[in-house]
Design a protein around this ligand. Structure first.
Ligand SMILES: [Zn+2]
Length: 246
């Protein structure tokens, strides 16, 4: 249920990094909402009604084939915003956005968001950098899917999910992980059991607990570090255009 709120909305990294003037412009239009597991925010081929600055939880961006099977191409957590098609001046989504880990977010209607882009330079700059980081994530995962083994991709995916969800308990099923990695559920079950026996994770119905993060990082491919580096660079730059820095 979407409801207005007067409380500050600074848990999202993009909102937190806005200039004070831009935040004053954006804040009255933010609508607080819970993100419930498996809620679909938009579907491919349909208009994107809102953008959502995610505060907690995790949203998956999924490419859906004609067969109906989906594969995750990127994720959004507290560092980002869903509905990036609107930012790129495209009103219709090419992918599905589905909540994988429940949390909260701040929604802005597509029409209002377009107006805010015109008047909020720090919002534009932060979203350009986030869009680049999202592109880099999708590109790295594309190469990863061709070059790296499923167990390394499994470890990489869990690390990325934990970075966004926080805590050690991830509300994810083997079926979902299979969809996200584009492999059979039985393959995920075999890998998860191997990781469990190695003392890296525990799992029970509907959730996976990371019990040894250091070991998980050692099992992941280089792609995890590459993705983290891009997000770190993109999020640590000040909310001004690069030309101002020179
Ligand atoms: Zn990889």
């Amino acid at each position: 249920m979407i409801r207005p709120t007067a409380t500050p909305a600074r848990q999202n990294e993009i909102l937190a990094a806005l200039s004070p003037d831009d935040y004053e412009r954006v804040h009255p239009h933010l609508r607080f909402a819970e993100l419930k597991q498996h809620d679909v925010l938009y579907e491919p081929g349909a208009p994107v009604p809102d953008v959502c600055f995610v505060e907690s939880g995790m949203v998956s961006c999924v490419t859906v084939m004609e067969s109906g099977r989906g594969t995750e191409t990127s994720v959004v957590g507290f560092e980002g915003m869903t509905g990036m098609a609107i930012f790129h001046q495209v009103p219709v989504a090419s992918d599905q956005a589905i909540v994988q880990a429940p949390g909260t977010g701040r929604f802005v209607t597509a029409a209002i968001f377009m107006q805010l882009l015109e008047t909020c330079p720090s919002l534009r700059i932060k979203l350009h950098r986030f869009a680049y980081a999202q592109y880099a994530l999708a590109a790295q995962c594309s190469a990863c899917n061709r070059r790296h083994s499923t167990d390394k991709r499994f470890a990489r995916w869990l690390l990325i999910a934990q970075d966004r969800i926080g805590g050690s308990l991830l509300p994810l099923t083997h079926k979902f992980l299979g969809q996200m990695l584009g492999v059979r559920r039985s393959t995920v079950t075999i890998i998860a059991e191997e990781f469990r026996l190695a003392g890296i994770i525990q799992y029970r119905r509907g959730s996976i607990e990371i019990v040894n993060r250091e070991a998980l990082e050692k099992r992941a491919c280089e792609c995890y570090r590459a993705i983290v580096a891009v997000y770190k660079t993109a999020s640590s730059l000040p909310p001004v255009a690069l030309s101002v820095l020179n």
